[in-house]
Design a protein around this ligand. Sequence first.
Ligand code: TYD
Ligand code: MG
Length: 464
Amino acid sequence: MAPRWAGRCDACGAWNSIVEEPEEAAPPRAIGTAAGGRRIAPVGLDEIGPDAPRRTTGIAELDRVLGGGLVAGSAVLVGGDPGIGKSTLLLQAVCALGQEAPCLYISGEEAVEQIRMRAARLGLSGSAVELAAAADVRDILATLDRADAPAVVVIDSIQTMFVDTLDSAPGTVAQVRASAGELVRLAKRRGLALLLVGHVTKDGMIAGPRVLEHMVDVVLYFEGDRGHHFRILRAVKNRYGATDEIGVFEMTGQGLRQVPNPSELFLANRSAGGRGEDVAGSVVFAGLEGTRPVLVEVQALVGATAPGSPRRAVVGWDANRLAMVLAVLVARGGIAVGGSDIFLNVAGGLKVSEPAADLAAAAAIVSSKLGVPVAHDAVVFGEIGLSGEVRPVPQTELRLKEAAKLGFARAIAPRRKRDGAAGLNPALQISDIASVEDLLSLLESSDVRPRASHRPGRNTAALP
Ligand code: TYD
Ligand code: MG
């Protein structure tokens, strides 16, 4: 609550993120008495019927993120930057679903003819889905609040919808909240699966999907950058499933194509278009996204040490995590990178959030700094602690299996307390690492260098 006009939020420092909410005319009174209330009838845990039926969308990558399909009477928010492919994804989903259940796609942004043309371009003509262009929530309620309502309804986008009881323009926080509230209640009442599209707005999160997250059952974000063709669908909230699953798609001329094996996509440029030789500063990280192993290339470039404060830029990883790894490398490994410009990039545009990427980032940085390539056929993973120790990470076996499947021959992985490397995937040669010092000696030895002799890096002279 601010007593006067404020341009900057005191809590988070963001500019122009404060929105006025007019106060209620009368101050709220305490209810005080039980008179007028209705008795609630609790039910026992086992008296409730079986789980709500799920409807698979026919797009496996979407179903996985939803936790197995759409639940009747639920509201799903699909957020993402404008132009990322939200409309395309949902149109493809309802066109596939339309074969089995009545579906309605309501657009407040495009005319019906435009949507039809898009569907034709996606090769989806002939689907039983129904289309409508509407933005007035009262009209939508009048159409859908009946027993024969369609099973699945898409609202594209919530920022274009409005309720006529509010004076504010569509897209404002008040309108977005009120419209979504009406639509979510409708979905619960009629047992339909509601999919809301929400654009992430440029200037902070004003009236973006964030203000709706608590009102819906499932929140999915569609991410990716414009420079790359692939898109990642990520669950950030799911009342019906896990939130760490991702779905991977590729945007093509014929719409979104599912990518059942993301590692192949992320590493595609490395083997095919890549240089085919080992390059200092490039390491393959064996990561995990939800239940699925994903291999990605982590690249580091360590520049010269220059006076003044060094530049640090990270794409696809956490800048704080990088700062920590650098501090550990300097303090525990004696690697003089403190004053150097450092750039770290997760190739392909994936955003990695696992601590297991620490060791891969450290290996890429040390490799670039020393000019010593890490072998082409090695994967790296492990978490680094402040004292320089390298800790085991979950699902070692799954990561190794994926690496072996894609033709990798060795792994640089945390030392395991009990059985060491024994019992691990026999297809890979494992270099187990207990500390940052181990990593340094491994990189300096010939062990993980390429087997064939390679062109020496520019900084080979820096080798001890
Ligand atoms: P769209 O689904 O309209 O994005 P959103 O609803 O999230 O704003 O996708 C728009 C972009 O996708 C547009 O820049 C063009 C591209 N696109 C393709 O590359 N191929 C296609 O088949 C389609 C339909 C769109
Ligand atoms: Mg759209």
